[in-house]
Design a protein around this ligand. Structure first.
Ligand SMILES: O=P(O)(O)OC[C@H]1O[C@H](OP(=O)(O)OP(=O)(O)O)[C@H](O)[C@@H]1O
Ligand SMILES: NC(=O)CC[C@H](N)C(=O)O
Ligand SMILES: [Mg+2]
Length: 509
């Protein structure tokens, strides 16, 4: 999951973009980038690392201009090389930069067509560079020296016809403005907000999550609709148009389980409220399975499960205790590249308070169990701290299928639940009782908050890929390309070879 942001303002946007990216940091910790525009020039800074490490004062000073876009990256295609950090840039037509959250499922076909038919060269393995070139080609085809809003919308329409998969995009067209759009299923989130200037004008901001708007003093206007494009010219005029033939809102349910911040509102669903509901339905399941349960205390696995665990304890009428203290300087472990790093980080990140465990029957609650890295370590830590019985509950159902829409879970074999029963998983993680949320309950939780959403993208739980283009051959291909072993080899190669500004890896050597 990546975070994207774009601002059209009446003063320099560098600081507001930086602040917004720090607020979206939970969506991507691998790389960050900002590009601004002033007097016919782009100013771009991007690199691997957290926002606070990528942008030093000297960079910030040079990111001048009242218009700009930014990105935090969690790679789901290509490698974690700095050459694939975003925004990407293409010089023709006009000069366009682009930031993308999601994953194209037909990137290979598009890349071939771009080369053979559109005569465009793609220099990385990033699907986002492909997307940028499709957009650029479609805009170039119109052959205008000065593109109108209708030209921009026509190019977005063509992108929807050619691109498959998930994409929430913000692109900046030099000298003209920024355009943002969501794929026709609205799988990945994007919203926009407005801020009044002292002179009574309007400034606009587009972001993955509403929390980024709040932090920069913008008021949420609304979500971008699936398939819709929002175009904001540099003078602050805003235009919107539906650019897809058959748009349907089918948002990713995993945003509500794990990715998004609880203080965000996505597609009119308060993530916080949805997570409270998840805690309630989990408690109901406890009472269904074991009405006479002996749970002494409910303990969350910080951070994300806190909201659901708190509500679960409340519903069960048992104590809620912070039994694990999180080291606030360690980021999210799930989105770290490589299993070795993830495993090490769990212990560095969480430390138990023995007092809360000694002699007790503890119910540990996490938002989800994906590879099982966290829960295996945590159950052992609870035992070492003296727990009598260690129970474990997941606020999401078992993750059994790979994700192809922007979450880096490409390899079915890395998912602890993919071919196992609940009892087998329970044994593997060493718990005395394991409880998963039912998928119907999870859907009820989010729909209770916004009943207008008719369907959810739940492929990691049910294996149903809504774009209709995913078959076993595709899944095998991404498994081979992106399993942990291959990725660590690729990233090791990158280090050895020293990436230069244009991407030159030798993974095929
Ligand atoms: O089964 P696993 O493969 O371990 O993945 C699931 C875990 O990873 C995430 O935590 P993370 O540390 O990324 O972030 P958080 O602090 O927001 O909970 C998630 O909240 C679970 O705890
Ligand atoms: N997580 C994402 O949204 C990733 C965006 C893009 N596919 C990349 O790998 O850079
Ligand atoms: Mg967690």
């Amino acid at each position: 999951m990546c975070g994207i942001v774009g601002i059209v303002s009446t003063s320099n946007v560098n600081q507001a973009l930086y602040d917004a990216l720090t607020v979206l940091q939970h969506r991507g910790q691998d790389a960050a980038g900002i590009v601004t525009y002033q007097d016919d020039r782009f100013y771009l800074r991007k690199d691997n690392g957290l926002v606070r490490d990528v942008f030093r004062t000297r960079h910030m000073r040079r990111l001048v201009g009242n218009v700009g876009i930014g990105h935090v990256r969690y790679p789901t295609a290509g490698s974690s090389s700095s050459a694939e950090a975003q925004p990407f840039y293409v010089n023709s037509p006009y000069g366009i930069t682009l930031a993308h959250n999601g994953n194209l499922t037909n990137a290979d076909d598009l890349s071939r067509d771009l080369f053979r038919t559109d005569l465009r060269h793609i220099n990385t393995n990033s699907d986002s560079e492909v997307l940028l070139n499709v957009f650029a080609h479609e805009l170039q085809k119109l052959g205008k020296l000065t593109p109108t809003k209708d030209d921009i919308f026509a190019a977005v329409k063509a992108v929807h016809k050619r691109c498959k998969g998930a994409y929430a995009v913000i692109a900046m067209v030099t000298g003209y403005g920024i355009v943002a759009f969501r794929d026709p299923n609205g799988i990945r989130p994007a919203c926009y907000g407005v801020r009044e200037t002292e002179e009574g004008g309007h400034e606009y901001m587009i972001a993955s999550e509403s929390v980024a708007l709040n932090a920069a003093g913008f008021n949420l206007v609304r979500d971008i609709e699936p398939g819709e494009a929002v175009y904001i010219e540099t003078d602050g005029s805003l235009y919107t148009q539906q650019c897809a033939d058959k748009p349907h809102l089918i948002p990713c349910i995993f945003e509500h389980v794990y990715f998004a911040r609880p203080d965000s509102i996505i597609d009119k669903v308060s993530v916080y409220k949805a997570r409270l509901r998840m805690g309630e339905t989990l408690a109901d399941k406890v009472l269904r399975e074991r009405p006479e349960h002996d749970i002494d205390v409910v303990i969350p696995i910080p951070d994300t499960s806190r909201t659901s665990a708190m509500q679960m304890a409340h519903r069960l009428g048992v104590k809620f205790r912070e039994g694990f203290i999180k080291n606030r300087y360690i980021g999210r472990t799930f989105i770290m590249p490589g299993q070795k790093l993830r495993k090490k980080s769990v212990r560095q990140k969480l430390n138990p308070i023995d007092l809360e465990f000694r002699g007790k029957n503890v119910m540990l609650v996490d938002d989800s169990i994906v590879r099982g890295t966290t829960c295996k370590e945590i159950v052992q830590m609870a035992r070492d701290a003296g727990a009598r019985n260690v129970y474990f509950a997941s606020a999401a159902p078992p993750v059994r299928y790979p994700n192809v829409y922007g979450i880096d879970m490409p390899s079915v074999n890395e998912l602890i639940a993919h071919d196992k029963t609940i009892d087998e998983i329970c044994e593997m993680i060493g718990a005395d009782w394991l409880l998963y949320q039912d998928l119907e309950d999870l859907i009820t939780c989010v729909n209770d908050v916004n009943p207008e959403i008719e369907a959810w993208e739940c492929s990691v739980f049910d294996g149903k890929y809504i774009t209709g283009d995913i078959d076993s051959a595709y899944l095998e291909k991404i498994e081979a390309l992106r399993n942990d072993k291959t990725k660590s080899k690729q990233n090791g190669d990158d280090e050895d070879n020293g990436i230069i500004d244009l991407h030159n890896d030798n993974e095929n050597d």
